[in-house]
Write a protein that binds this ligand. Structure first.
Ligand code: NAD
Length: 338
């Protein structure tokens, strides 16, 4: 019988890609999402693509009764936990919501799993837990010093997970620190659908390419990088989704909690992204240089060797693939899921 996996936040950008990958690899995802930043449309599209029904529960990851209902209804073998809030700027303005959802939600979920004796857990963490001064390539043992309540809330959840695994050796936990996920599934049916003006570079570039934003704003062109613009470690969301399948298999032989970086191991500058996207969409993209933003750093990228060695995972898709698939999604869905 196919293994059932609880996927929290499965209607969101990354969660929907993991959901599709799970089904393609023979697992049965059960999705919990409160739809605060998504809709059920991605699940409907995945059902159409795969011909499989996806059990969906609308609810909050902090809701004990809903969690008990899920764990007693479905025979679950593991949880992949993505449900959470993810805006750095919003977290500075509303820290309580971030600590409640990201930290409190993770603890509530672990409590429910403990009650129901399901102890395999994959947590979506973020490279934002590293300090602004971390040396690239960043290894998992680099010092952590998040610069926002968002990053703090992710790190606090990581700490709780390590303590939980330490107290009870039956827990097996993979903590995955994502670098910069971008792009979309090549089918063009699921992708990133940000509310309002996008915060991140790639969806912003997509909207400029589609004529929905006037020009790309580049914050800083005097960084100590080859072309002066900031560099980040972008990885294709399908490579990221695949890493969760590798982590699920790794859990079977694992013990305790372990942190893994998920990135390609190299950075691309803002100008390199724009050039690659221009090739994908077939026309020039207007941009303007603006002053640096507070809190931005020149460049960072992951050291992903641990994931390669232990999870047997590495990113295979190129920056051209990321831009092609982002544009394919954008041009087929000019208004996102609506
Ligand atoms: N996108 C990135 O660049 C990035 C980078 C690093 C880490 N992450 C982490 O990956 C995870 C998923 O990110 P995403 O980009 O897919 O975001 P997303 O907002 O698209 O997905 C998150 C999903 O969680 C749901 N959700 C939020 N609060 C909830 C709650 N209390 N109960 C139940 N569901 C809830 C939302 O409705 C949404 O569907 C997040 O935990 C985020 O911190 C994302």
């Amino acid at each position: 019988m196919a293994k059932r996996i609880l996927l929290t936040g499965g209607c969101g950008y990354i969660g929907s890609h993991i959901c599709l990958e799970l089904i393609e690899q023979g697992y049965q995802p059960v999705v919990l999402d409160n739809l605060s930043n998504s809709s059920t449309t991605p699940l409907q599209r995945i059902e159409q693509l795969t011909g499989q029904h996806i059990p969906f529960i609308e609810g909050d990851v902090r809701d004990e009764a809903i969690l008990d209902h899920i764990f007693s209804t479905y025979e679950l073998s593991a949880t992949i936990h993505l449900a959470g809030l993810k805006s750095v700027a919003e977290s500075v303005a509303a820290p309580i919501a971030y600590y409640q959802t990201n930290f409190g939600g993770t603890v509530a979920l672990c409590q429910a799993m403990q009650r129901h004796r399901v102890k395999h857990f994959i947590y979506s963490s973020s490279a934002t837990v590293y300090g602004l001064t971390a040396q690239s390539p960043i290894r998992e043992d680099a010092p952590t010093a998040p610069a926002s309540p968002y990053g703090q809330s992710k790190l606090m959840a990581e700490i709780a997970l390590r303590d939980i695994a330490h107290a009870d050796p039956q827990w097996k936990i993979a903590i995955l620190r994502y670098f910069n996920p971008v792009g979309a599934h090549a089918c063009g049916q699921i992708g990133e659908d940000p509310c309002g003006v996008p915060n991140n570079l790639m969806p912003y570039v997509s909207q400029v390419a589609a004529g929905k934003q006037p020009k790309i704003r580049i914050f800083g062109n005097d960084y100590p990088t080859p072309d002066g613009t900031g560099m980040r470690d972008y990885l294709h969301v399908c490579d990221l989704a695949h890493a969760h399948l590798c982590a699920l298999r790794w859990l079977d032989g694992a013990s305790g909690a372990k942190v893994f970086n998920l990135g390609t191991g190299r950075g691309y500058s803002v100008l390199e992204i724009i050039r690659a996207y221009e090739k994908a969409c077939g026309h020039a993209l207007p941009f303007q240089f603006l002053p640096r933003r507070d809190g931005d750093i020149a460049s960072y990228h992951a050291e992903p060797a641990l994931a390669t060695r232990e999870l047997r995972w590495s990113a295979t898709r190129t920056i051209e693939d990321m831009c092609r698939d982002a544009w394919n999604w954008q041009s087929r869905n000019p208004n996102g899921y609506t």
